[in-house]
Design a binder for this molecule. Sequence first.
Ligand code: AHR
Length: 634
Amino acid sequence: LQIDLTKNVNEIQPTMYGIFFEDINFAADGGLYAEMVKNRSFEFTIAPFMGWHQPKTNRYSLNEKSGMASVVKHKEGSGNKNFCRVTINDASGYELINEGFRGMGIKENAVYNVYLSALNKSGNISEITLQLITKNGDVLGETKIETSSANWKDYQAQITVSKTEEEAQLKLTFKGTGVIDLDMISMFPVDTWKGREKGLRKDLVQLLYDLKPGFLRFPGGCVVEGRTLERRYQWKKTVGDVEDRELLVNRWNTEFSHKAAPDYYQSFGIGFYEYFQLSEDLGAEPLPILGCGMACQFNTGELAPLEELDPYVQDAIDLIEFANGDATTTWGKLRTDMGHPEPFNLKYVGIGNEQWGPDYIDRYKIFAEKIKAQHPEIIIVSGSGPFPDGEQFEYGWKELKKLDAEIVDEHYYRPPQWFLENAGRYDDYDRNGPKVFAGEYAAHPKGVSDGNTENNWEAALSEAAFMTGLERNADVVVMTSYAPLMAHINAFQWAPDMIWFNNLESYGTANYQVQKLYSNNAGTHTVSLTQNGKNVIGSDGLYASAVKDVSTKTLIIKIANTSKSNKSLSFSVNGASLKRNATITTIENTDLKAYNDFDNPEKVSPKSSNIKVKRKAINVQIPQQSFSVVKIKI
Ligand code: AHR
């Protein structure tokens, strides 16, 4: 094989390998957002007591001889419309329990902040005891809050846990009798990402951080569009005080569920401010995707008429102000008041998620014209629909090219074989047309599947092979992201996914390991790698590409061997002299069905070793069914 550092030298964008976050599979509520109380302010629309029960009565019925609870609607049109009124007749008999998001994961010796708002309405209820309990009622930690205020008052206390438990619950009991109103009953670990109070789950953000992502795309996915326009994601409802953010039934509630999720709501505890802040923490460019006046075409496909598109476009323009404007602007002031006076330096905005056809093009045109008129500096990402080929895809690309679109988002969920066959997909893309954002992709051995088993080595290796083609074509492919990003093992709607978690632990899949090797070794420029003058795309099961990193003066070679034979490869190098020491990092497994799980989270993961190279040549041993990254200083 021949590497030539003087040929095909194209810049690789720092955005090349990013992440795509969507609140699917309990990724936000029940996942990244470390809130442990489900339905903390009694707003769930299907049943306002969902998540809560009183153990002596039927599930979700909270009425007992000893006491009762009912939901009172006190404010119309605000985020926090409801509160819970508790009447205690016999304090010894009444308990209110929150089940958490498929339980609450609590750790031995860890400390948890609990919060609630209360108003003593009548009687003499003087104390609330909050206990973390097992399903059998064993107490693992507790605290008490004294209540006496006749006006709404916020209380906070801490619970230290005596024993680790994955499916704990939070129990409230009361001292005295009478009536007390409760709202925003909430619990977070003290130990969150960056120690932020009411913040994000540390282990999950760490996994994202370790990817060194070039961008963070948010908030979806189909949640952007909603099943109906009314239920679309509206960023303005996700900023400001957390308790005033209006809850929304998640687009992934129940339908498509492998584990039914009638309790899947969006609290927006992670809203647009938090997404921007997370992007900043990760060193990733923020890439918000906004609704374009089209509900999900796989559902109702409801359309906002073109003449009524203004509020949608205005949302996009105001978002730019929220991210980049100063405190003299309306939305810049809100960001400042929320604690971030410096701009978030937003450079990209995506219009529509996965829409297709003339309805999309008509709407995209209006957005693009109006955004560019006010913000020529913003780069607009448009979409080509859900399928990587076919009539709608061709139509979308043709029209977007005519409109001089800047970056077009392509999605592909396909079997591993498709990824192998498409490793040359971008070799012939028009170099003068729009750039490509491979915004959602994943190899699906079985289609949307039953869980983490399909995040197997076969899928990940096929993605590694395919990604040599993304890398080789970095002059046209400027952003890429695997999808979906995260899934709760007991509450997912879509699989495979890159990261799996339960209430206590998380791990990166084989696919995550591949993504990490690419993004941690992205390089700054492509260089030519050929075999007998041709790109290395599957001949004898071999896929390879090379880049250089000018800042670290490194040559980086990526090699996927999908064949069942070990290979001895020899690379000649032109255009640089090689230092003697190099490293090779390899993921290998002879079992293509191998996958990581909670018991064995690193079963499919990379191992590194040192190798010696000659001045102008590199010889490496590449195992069967493996993916390797070779790094040599130049
Ligand atoms: O990633 C899961 C879903 O796949 C996304 O929400 C959507 O954009 C696509 O259809």
